[in-house]
Design a protein around this ligand. Sequence first.
Ligand code: GTP
Length: 335
Amino acid sequence: MSFLSKLRDRLTRSSTKIGEGLDGIVDAAPEVVPQPAPAPSPGLVGRLFGTAPAAPPEEPRRALDDAMLEELEDMLVQADLGVDTALRVTANIAEGRMGRRVSSTELRQLLAGEIARIMAPVARPLPIYPKKPQVVLVVGVNGAGKTTTIGKLASQFRAAGKSVMIAAGDTFRAAAVEQLQIWGQRAGVPVMVAAQGSDPASLAFDAMTRAEAEGADLLMIDTAGRLQNRADLMEELAKIVRVIRKKDPTAPHNTLLVLDATTGQNALNQVETFRQLADVSGLVMTKLDGTARGGVLVALADRFGLPIHAIGVGEQIDDLDAFDANDFARALVGL
Ligand SMILES: Nc1nc2c(ncn2[C@@H]2O[C@H](COP(=O)(O)OP(=O)(O)OP(=O)(O)O)[C@@H](O)[C@H]2O)c(=O)[nH]1
């Protein structure tokens, strides 16, 4: 199954919410009466046998007015686009169209167009640099999908002919390390681990040394998502960065923040927080399959303008792919 088909299939919780919302808005119009399409003039077969096929009824329409725009705005807020983005999208849809009678399908198309416009500038694959090893630091709260994302990216880069190495920098959680080892085995990628509770910065340094010695193209470093407090987490991330810069002053070349779509608006707070902790260079959003809150990705794009490198729609290796603004926008509204 292509990623686009998967995206359409698995974004249904979000797209159903939006689609039903739009249908409800159009149907709510007092004057809406579905018009039967005019009877077609019977063709030869119809004339001979009296069975001309009936045309499908025309879609209900509603005149675009302030009340309708308000409903649209509310619906978009409910769909996790956030107030600011919902306002902007609604205003753009209204422009030059007030009073025009629109159908739910037309609204979907207009909405997809606006969403794609917001997201196109941030749809950028993970940049690959000639630098060896390119160091990718992966940050995010526990459970966001960091481990899984590293596994999926590692196996995709591996399949593309790159040599990849992983450092299991969440040394606090044995389960996270084990999970990375499983992904590493599946992807045929070495995973460097350290004793439980040992210093992740020292593991990162060792991993840099080995990646340099072996001429690896990419080194992906997992990090812990939760420490006692924010200052601890900041100190730990800063230390990892300091240490790898001893080996390469330009590293890390990417700092990926992994976000879980099911957290909805909370993802916005996570971006704020992690931008203070680390020099976040791009986002990956996971678990778009399990939630009706996929609209949050639009809010993220609109608010922060950070590149969205990839999105995840399931737990399998090929359930993560580069982010495409148009595909996402159309899938999100159910087109
Ligand atoms: N449905 C779905 N599940 C996902 C996706 N990405 C990750 N998961 C699942 O989410 C759970 C957490 O993912 P992890 O990769 O372990 O998350 P983490 O951020 O590394 O978290 P810790 O290992 O707890 O630090 C796992 O059960 C994954 O299989 C996705 O795109 N869709």
